[in-house]
Design a protein around this ligand. Structure first.
Ligand code: ADP
Ligand code: MG
Length: 276
């Protein structure tokens, strides 16, 4: 049975790592599809001008398509730009077009430049159980908007050389946003990606990451697999592209873990209640 529990409240994740190519988009897309296929309502917000998440989810992103850009500018409501993923009826996509490349600069002089996405997401009524915001590989205003709109940060970490390089900067930014913009924000989830079991290095990196982030690191590790990298070329997640593949199974497991363990805050609340 694939059904997963609904969270008590909508969970909004920023998927971030300022390094490119670590699996942010792949993780966003596949976790979102896995949760949607398990019966949950999920929204993916594509906040990367590259629009890879939109493409992988089969969303339209031609120039002129209503997108997250117009939403950030306040020209339209988020609901007007959300498309339904062709592979998963419960999965909505707020796509990115190339216009978004200008937003990083355009936002600078706008009022409430850090919290425009928050306003838009908070205004989406009803059904979504999970929202995942796929960030560009930078710590600029787009990523700040994501973190201001979110309670949870999911950090994908590639099991490769220099995996932890730059993470200090990311964590620093997160703590600045906690202090000044969003006291709710926390890193709740770390996912090891592109793991190659044949190399000693991958194991060392995994151990180092677990040593640093402890219980925030999912037990599930995503293996490096050709199927995972092929799927987006077909406008699909690996789960719809090849459900039996190792990559698909791993992302289904990771989604299950995320759904079952809830937020760290939920866990501590449950512990409090259990304690006499
Ligand atoms: P980011 O969004 O952080 O830049 P992507 O998710 O786009 O990273 O992944 C970078 C590249 O690596 C893409 O070409 C993607 O298809 C590939 N990739 C991601 N995860 C895996 C994996 N588990 N196995 C093989 N290739 C992967
Ligand atoms: Mg990406």
């Amino acid at each position: 049975d694939l059904t997963l529990p609904r969270p008590r409240q909508r969970r909004v994740f920023t998927v971030a790592n300022q390094k490119g190519g670590v699996g942010k988009t792949t993780t966003t897309v596949n976790i979102a599809v896995a949760l949607a296929l398990a019966g949950l309502h999920v929204l993916v917000v594509d906040l990367d001008p590259q629009g890879n998440a939109s493409t992988a989810l089969g969303a339209e992103r031609r120039l002129g398509t209503p997108s997250v850009y117009e939403v950030l500018l306040g020209e339209i409501e988020a609901a007007e730009a959300i498309q339904t993923c062709p592979d998963a009826p419960r999965l909505g996509v707020l796509p990115a077009t190339i216009d978004l490349a200008g937003a990083e600069i355009e936002l600078v002089t706008m009022e409430q430049r850090e919290s425009r996405l928050k306003g838009a997401i908070d205004s989406i009524r009803g059904e979504y159980d999970y929202v995942f915001i796929d960030c560009p590989p930078s710590l600029g205003l787009l990523t700040i908007n994501a973190m201001t709109a979110t309670q949870e940060v999911l950090i994908p970490i590639q099991c490769e050389y220099y995996a932890l390089e730059g993470l200090g900067q990311l964590l620093n930014n997160i703590s600045l946003i906690q202090q000044h913009l969003n006291t709710q924000l926390a890193v709740t989830t770390v996912l090891l990606t592109m793991y190659d079991g044949r190399t000693k290095l991958a194991d060392q990196v995994a151990q180092e990451v677990r040593g640093h982030f402890q219980e925030k690191v999912l037990r599930t590790v995503i293996p490096r697999s050709v199927k995972v990298s092929e799927a987006p070329g077909f406008g699909q997640s690996v789960i719809t592209y090849d459900a039996g593949s190792r990559g698909a199974m791993a992302y289904l497991d990771a989604a299950r873990e995320i759904a079952h363990r809830g937020t760290n805050r939920d866990v501590s609340r449950e512990t409090d209640v259990a304690d006499p």
